[in-house]
Design a protein around this ligand. Structure first.
Ligand code: GLC
Length: 441
């Protein structure tokens, strides 16, 4: 098991709190930022949310503070999901009451269940119908009958393409296969550089050694018919030629159509290049849609989104990894009732609508995909509804449960070593298989 030394995690903890403008964990004090002013005597709950809160984050928090009359103090968490999990485990390990609400990744219920409150009774108390949420995510979040988190927003990896540049270079539409993407990216990159933009790249994505790479690499391998690492029945399927070929394909992009630095890119690094107008294609989550179309964006109205391309072979298909986040309440909170009320509001119809219309965060409530305002802001929601409502590929977190983080760490570490040229795709799948056999035995 690969764990960061405690002092590193401790530093993170401190850094997260300092960044958020909060004192050290022992003596939390309200910042009041983004929340409605507290009534005298009002309850305050602390929620660890986005690393870099945007207007829509603040708007949803302010709405729920007003609705519930509870003061919501937001603490910014780490950007990387991998670092965020380490920090949560640190808080929970200390049974710290400093954080009442966390945002939980869709892959963590099995890891965090023991530290979280079952939200079922609170939904009943508030008269909320659990049936309005996507059932797949409710099932995902249910561990031994307990609802560990409320589906807050869902996510799916998608391909962003520059429609203006495809047209300029004579391509009819976005690529359907990775080979087509490679060809288009090469042509557009050459053309744009020849016209005087040396910073232009064909394709940006997430290659850093962290959870995000697990998402990208799973898409490559499933798109080649290379299985899902560990199948739902527990079979370790990673060692197969299709998965190996998929990793070799991605390694061949590095330094050619993708920047050499892509091997340490996370979501925001890729978006930085894309948003500056310096990439023809980007793999990212839907959040980048609203930002790309912001009023001051240089790529406003010049891009579209589609499912990710297919690989090669008889089982080739489009594959978009399922992501997404839940509102969860810490068992160590001294304000569980208030925290549950806030979580229910944040994940409720209006809380999600604010985030969907202003931030293109995908709702987990089917009805919001028929809401006029939501669709007007995000025409692609209806175009890709099937992917968002259930077609995305899940990482093997249900089958590997509490061991998922170790599984993913083995996987992204070995894939990253392939991207950096330290081993071939075949060596990677063999190394992953051997380590998984050891871990899951
Ligand atoms: C997004 C997804 C999340 C995933 C993470 C990886 O936030 O919603 O599920 O683990 O990206 O970087």
């Amino acid at each position: 098991m690969q764990r960061k030394p405690l002092f590193v995690i401790g530093l993170f903890m401190l850094a997260a709190l300092v960044l958020a403008g909060c004192p050290a964990p022992a003596a939390p004090a309200p910042t009041g930022e983004a929340a409605a002013p507290a009534e005298p005597g009002a309850v305050t709950v602390q929620a660890m949310l986005a690393s870099n809160p945007r207007e829509f984050d603040n708007a949803a928090v302010a709405y729920c503070a007003e609705q519930t009359g509870i003061n919501i103090e937001v603490i910014n968490g780490p950007e990387s999901a991998t670092d965020r999990l380490a920090l949560y485990l640190q808080f929970f390990g200390a049974q710290s009451g400093d954080i009442d609400i966390i945002q939980m990744d869709v892959i963590w219920p099995g890891i965090l269940a023991e530290h979280l409150v079952d939200l079922n009774p609170y939904l009943e108390q508030e008269g909320v119908d659990i049936g309005m949420y996507f059932d797949r995510i409710v099932q995902n979040n249910t561990v031994d009958g307990a609802l560990t988190g409320l589906p807050w927003f869902t996510d799916a990896g998608i391909l962003y393409y520059r429609s203006d540049l495809l047209e300029k270079y004579g391509f009819d539409g976005p690529p359907e296969t990775w080979a087509e993407l490679d060809e288009m990216a090469t042509a557009i990159q050459e053309g744009e550089r020849a016209e005087g933009n040396p910073d232009f790249w064909g394709f940006v994505w997430q290659g850093n050694s962290y959870e995000g790479l697990t998402c990208d690499a799973l898409e490559w391998q499933v798109s080649w018919g290379g299985g899902e690492i560990v199948e739902p029945d527990g079979t370790i399927s990673i060692n197969n030629p299709q998965a190996a070929a998929a990793f070799d394909m991605a390694a061949s992009w590095v330094g050619r159509i993708s920047p050499p630095g892509v091997v340490s890119y996370q979501e925001e690094d890729a978006r930085g290049v894309w948003q500056a107008g310096n990439a023809a294609f980007m793999r990212n989550w839907p959040y980048a849609y609203a930002l790309g179309n912001a009023e001051d964006s240089v790529i406003r109205d010049a891009f579209g989104v589609v499912p990710l391309p297919k690989g090669e072979g008889p089982d080739a298909r489009n594959a978009d990894t399922l992501g997404g986040w839940q509102m969860a309440v810490s068992r160590y909170s001294s304000n569980v009732d208030a925290a549950a009320q806030v979580a229910i509001c944040m994940a409720g119809m209006e809380g999600q609508k604010i985030r969907a219309t202003q931030g293109s965060m995908l709702p987990t409530i089917g009805a919001l995909y028929e809401d006029e305002d939501v669709l007007a802001a995000n025409p692609f929601f209806s175009q890709m509804y099937d992917v968002f409502a259930g077609g995305a590929v899940a990482r093997p977190s249900t089958v590997t449960g509490e061991l998922y983080n170790e599984v993913s760490t083995i996987y992204f570490t070995e894939v990253n070593r392939t991207l950096t040229g330290q081993q071939t795709g075949q060596q990677a799948v063999e190394n992953i298989e051997a380590q998984l056999q050891d871990l899951l035995r």
